[in-house]
Each structure stands twice: as C-alpha cells, then as structure tokens.
Write a protein of this length. Sequence first.
Length: 546
Amino acid sequence: VMSGMVTKVEIRVSCAGLVSRDALSASDPVVVLRMREPNGKYHEIGRTEKVKNNNSPVFANSIELDYRFEEVQHLKFKVVDIDNDSATLDDDDGLGSVELTLAQIVSAKELTKKLRRKSSETEATITIKATEITNINEVEFNLRGEGLDKKDFLGKSDPFLEIYREDGEDQWTLVHKTEVVKGTLNPVWNKFSIRVQTLCNGNMDASIKVRCFDFDKNGEHDLIGEFCCSLNDVIDVKPQPCLALVNHKKKAKKKDYKKSGRVTFARCKVVKKYSFLDYVFGGCHINFTCGIDFTGSNGDPRRKDSLHYLEGIHPNEYAQAILSIGRVIQDYDTDQLYPAFGFGAKIPPNNEVSHEFPLNFQPQNPYCQGVEGLMAAYHNAIRNVRLWGPTNVAPIINHVARFAFETQLNPKATQYFVLLLITDGEITDMEQTSHAIVRASNLPLSIIIIGVGNADFTAMEFLDGDQGVLASLVDGTKAARDIVQFVPFRKFKLSSAGALSSTVLGEIPRQVTEYFSIRNMPPGVEGNNEPVQPSSDTREAVEPSS
C-alpha cells in the first residue's frame, strides 16, 4: 500500500574457504537468497550467478529487495554447488547457509559470518554487503578490445571484463562481469547496463576499475591488464575514449613495456530510469480486472464443501482472494471501477455455456463499483448461474489484452492492466492460454493466477515462467517478458491477511517499470489517465503484437 515506507536495498555477496564437492576441481557455487513468510516457509528472492571452479567466489550479480523498517524480515543465504543446468536446487550439493534478519545486515552495512552445514559451523565464510538504492539511472556500455595480449600458447585469448566500484582507499567491489569472447585479441562485448549508484555510488568523479582477463576453465584466469577512470572521463566523450590496459607485473619486468591492449568505449551514456512511483505520480492508471472460475469442479454452491459456498461464517477462498488483492490494488485504480467476468458456467437467460460473461450480467457495462461492488456481483452470479465447464481462460486473457493493445497508441505511460484469475483446477485450454500469454507479454499487462482448493496445480508453474521463458504451445514463440504470477491459495490459509497480496502483487511494480522501460515510455502527465472503456463486443480477440 502506498502509505508504507519502503527502501530498496542491493545485496552483494562473496564467500571464502568453501569446500570442494567435485572430485577433480573446485566447486561451482551460487548463493540463493530466501525470505521467510508469515507461515514459516521460505520463498526465493533471488540468486547470484554461478562462478565456476572457485571456492572463494566474489559474485558480480547483486540481489535487490525491499527493506521495511516496520517488519522483521528473516533471510536465509544458502550456498549451493551447481552441477547441472536445471533451475531446481534439489539435485545440487549444499555448501552451507546462514540465517540473518535484513535489519542486521542494513545496520552493519557489511558483515562476515561462518556458514553452517548440518547443524554445525564450517570454516567457510560468507560476506554480505547492503547498499540503499536511491538512484536508479543506468549507464549503457558498448565496449570493445583492441590488440590484447595473447595469453594462450596454442591460440588467442578468451577475454572478458570485470568492472569494480571504489569503496574506500584501495577497496574495490566487483559490480559487473561481461561474457567471455572466445579466441580473439579484438573482442566486442555485448551491450550492458549498470545502475549509476551501483557503479560509483552516484559520484561521477569517483574511480572505477576495469580489468581484462583471459578465461581459463580451471578458474585461474590470467590478467591481461587493467585501468582506472571515472564516469566523467568516458561519458559522452568525442572521439570515443580509448584507454590502455596495463599489466603492472609485466610493466615491472620489461623496461620497454607500454600496454597490453586497449579498451574503447564505443558507447557510454547515462539513461534516465523511472521507478514505479514515478509512473504512478505521473498519472498511470492501473486497470484491474477480475476473472472467476464457475466450473462444476468447484462443487454445488449450496453444499458446505463447495469452494463457492456463501453461507459460512468466514468468506470462501474465492472471496478471500478477491478481498485481499482488491483492497491493495484499489489504491492505484483511481476510478474504482472493476470489470469482472466469470468463465465455465451456463448463464441466463438461455442457459448457454460462457467463458467470458460479466458478473453483473451487463455486457454493455461490466464494471463493478469498488471491491464491495465486485463482491456483490460475485455473490449474485453464484446464485444465478449453473456451474459447468470446461476451464477455459484464454478468452478473458484475450479480452483484457485487446484493451491493453489499444493503449499503446499513447506515447506516454498512462495505462497498465492487471488481470486477476481465480480458478480451482487445471486449465483445459492450455495451448490457447500459453499462446494468449505470450502475445500479451508485449503489452502493458500482468496476470495473477490464484489457485483455490486442493487440486494439483503443477501445470500452472509452466505458465508462471519462473523455471524458464514461457513458450507458446501453439507456435513455439517465446514470451517477451514474464507477466504471470501463480500462487496456490492454500499456502496462505494460516497467514496474515496481507501475506497473499504481498506475495502476488510484489512483482507488479517491477513488471510495470520493465514494460515501459522496454518501450522507452516516460511517465505521463497527471490528469491524462482516463481509464479505457470497454466496447460492447467482449468476444473480440487481441490484435497481433508488434
């Protein structure tokens, strides 16, 4: 909710003295960060990259999370030796873990702890550093090397770059590592971006260090050379800055030594980035739509064991999900008018099956006034429809996606859509649904799916995309970005009222800023955020994405 004070922090991690779990080489460690939920279970916040063959790794990838002063945020850092390419960690070796609160880390700014393994401390340590994020602008780099030293006896070098931030006198923090370019002395690295604050703590005159290495499989990379500069030395400088790589050990041995190659800054430019609140304050209207499953597998609403039973002391799971999400999103949906649809029921007056009927039975005006109006429409629909099937959700996704498509004509970021789907079972039109989601991934749209009841929701994880990029089951096209968040309601039955909304809505701010950033769309002007009105034809499909 907008009233809470939230600070973004960046967590950086390094380890020392890890054990070797591989017989012939050092470990390939990754650090996974998890946060404890109110129900005691941990969910993953993020993870570092894998560092090959290194028992004292310094990880380049940071992990970002929200710091809430008013909450005790329990964290677990687990170090894992990754031996394969699967996303799951169940088949990988644990190298140790440590549990801390975020407040402990923030208070210390940097702390080192011994890792625990099987209820006992190890000699291995983990060092954790926290930095508040106040400047989200980024620097875009295009770098290329020229005339690098040859480090391999039988071939050329396999060069990559490491970039460091100065954190005190002769103290450097690794903030980025490029990919390895194989077999060349004149590499061109892929374009990359680093947040200004991450790179130099916001000080454009502060020193940054660039080191160039020749990659070796055993992890003992050979230094080609290095240099220091500031952002002001290289940003928007014409002609393109070209800095010499110096290997100081080589320079000390050879009197006529000059350099070990050069790095050219083909592009170095600060790019303005906007936060979620920048878009909200700029008048971005969050259009909230709800879709509810009325298929027969929910059970007869007149029976107490039905998921749609209305006469109980407590609201049913559908009602709880609507209330939890609606009460948060309403703070961002300025007109408080929510289109709401049902699917999988036979509806009056003709008793025809529909997968896209307005809960208020008004096709010309499917809006409900506020969360209370949405709840009233839901209760009314339960009493007037006949639960049927199958569980087809693609029609509602395509319906909302059509309106999202229409807003792309506006050059300002004034409209974003959030679709909440609540269902009790497996989706029966999975091919069409995957295809609809992939097409919608190019649009200003996020989809939340909440599974109620005790069904097996394994297939839903496929739509979530957390295990890899979602691909259409129709034509194999991959999603442009991850727009689906799925959670089973049963995980939150014993949790506080805000736990469900916090989990499922946590991704929305990132998805909003990611979409508008990809489209280079700045925030709009407050006042130009009229919500999109639906047309009378609720069956029209989304236009092809560009």
